[in-house]
Design a protein around this ligand. Structure first.
Ligand code: LRH
Ligand code: MN
Ligand code: MN
Length: 387
């Protein structure tokens, strides 16, 4: 691929940032509040627009309901558009209510299942108002003790809630079903892995697809295999990018294992699925507990860009030839040549071509935005994760 094609591929890339990453967050041990964090959904959107201003590739922000609940979603959408970004995926939250102790849509109590499903339907009303394409579902549902509830009945209850929600989607709307190995349930989680999510999505129909949160697997899981499999099946809808060392760490994408991120992005490039027109939503799902939030999100966007640039640089013709010839070492070397390329100058050039500073983190630091929000948002309350 010649350099200009590499640039064209990278120019088309879009990365969505999550509203909750701009807010205070922490572990279950402590939230360390930071000065200047957003107090309202509007302020989170303003921060997301700032990340887009410096990176040029993050033109949408995902919302989480009720963390981002407002009276007028039309007005919120107009506010975002005025700042140059769109509202992206609507994330549901059926994990922070007393009622959900034994589960939400899989709860043995039909009344609680109704309440949870109604929340999912309400999220689609919000999508109608914001123009969002994607409804993102993650269920904390599961059980802690063998015998606590019937594993199979819970799948039936899940399928019923998903079907009711799917049937409510508009023609241009999609459902993304996220899985997670464990936590908060430890013995059995109702959507623990990609296979479970995939099977439910197949049952639902073509507008239901799997969301891969890169932090939601057992250590050592080959995530790029899951990516390749789902792409082949036409069932990969989105990523929640982040990094993990141990569990659901939610650290900056590309921090723990940049090589894994490159391998994932290579499967995307291999399937020609990088362009937004293909329909995969590349989202971040992170929490910045001890590091400055906006620069960390800018860095995360850049980390995805760097992994993507390396993936685009893979000489696919040479790789295919080596694979066909059974030349194991050569095939591996072709991949590693691309991974070991320093793509930062190329990305700097790309940004300059677009009228941006080649170093978005430094440009942000010089911009005065951080000082401005620290001064303006004094006395800010915590919003979002850990609220
Ligand atoms: C669950 C999860 C899911 C939630 C988000 C805040 O661990 O990854 O995507 O909506 O975190
Ligand atoms: Mn997630
Ligand atoms: Mn998570």
């Amino acid at each position: 691929m010649i350099a200009v094609d590499v640039k064209a591929a990278l120019r088309a890339q879009r990365i969505e940032t999550p509203s909750w990453a701009y807010a205070n967050s922490g572990t279950r041990f402590k939230v360390f509040p930071q000065p200047g964090v957003p107090r309202t959904p509007e302020e989170k959107i303003a921060d997301a627009a700032t990340v887009h201003r410096f990176t040029g590739v993050a033109p949408s922000v995902a919302l989480h309901i009720p963390w981002d609940k407002v009276d007028d979603y039309g007005a919120l959408t107009a506010y975002a558009r005025d700042l140059g970004i769109e509202i992206g995926a609507i994330n549901t939250n059926v994990f922070q209510d007393e009622d959900y102790k034994l589960g939400s849509v899989t709860n043995p109590d039909a009344g609680i299942r109704r309440k949870a499903t109604d929340h999912l339907l309400e999220a689609i009303d919000i999508m109608d108002a914001t123009g969002s394409r994607d409804l993102k579902l993650w269920f904390s549902d599961g059980i802690n003790y063998p015998g606590q509830d019937d594993l199979r009945d819970r799948q039936d209850r899940l399928a019923a809630a998903l079907k009711e929600t799917y049937d409510r989607l508009g023609p241009d709307q999609r459902m993304l079903l996220e899985y997670k190995l464990f936590e908060p349930a430890f013995y059995a989680t109702d959507v623990p892995d990609w296979g479970t999510s995939y099977a439910h999505c197949v049952e639902l129909g073509e507008r239901a697809t799997v969301c891969i949160d890169t932090g939601h697997h057992a250590p050592g899981t080959n995530i790029e295999f899951i990516v390749a499999f789902l792409l082949r099946a036409g069932k990969l809808g989105a990523f929640d990018f982040n990094s993990r060392f141990y569990a659901d760490d939610d650290l900056m994408v590309g921090a723990a294992d940049p090589f894994q991120l490159f391998r994932i992005m290579y499967e995307i490039v291999r399937a020609d699925a990088l362009d937004p027109a293909y329909g995969i939503a590349f989202m971040l799902d992170q929490c910045h507990n001890i590091e400055a939030k906006i620069p960390a999100i800018i860095r995360s966007v850049m980390n995805v860009q760097e992994a993507t640039a390396k993936a685009v640089l893979v000489d696919r013709t040479a790789l295919r030839a080596a694979q066909q010839a059974g030349n194991v070492l050569e095939a591996n070397a072709v991949l590693m040549d691309a991974y070991n390329t320093d793509v930062r100058p190329l990305l700097g050039e790309l940004r300059e071509d677009a009228g941006l500073d080649p170093d978005p983190v430094a440009a942000y630091a010089r911009s005065g935005y951080q000082e401005k929000i620290v001064a303006e948002r004094a006395g800010g309350t915590q919003a979002g994760w850990g609220a």
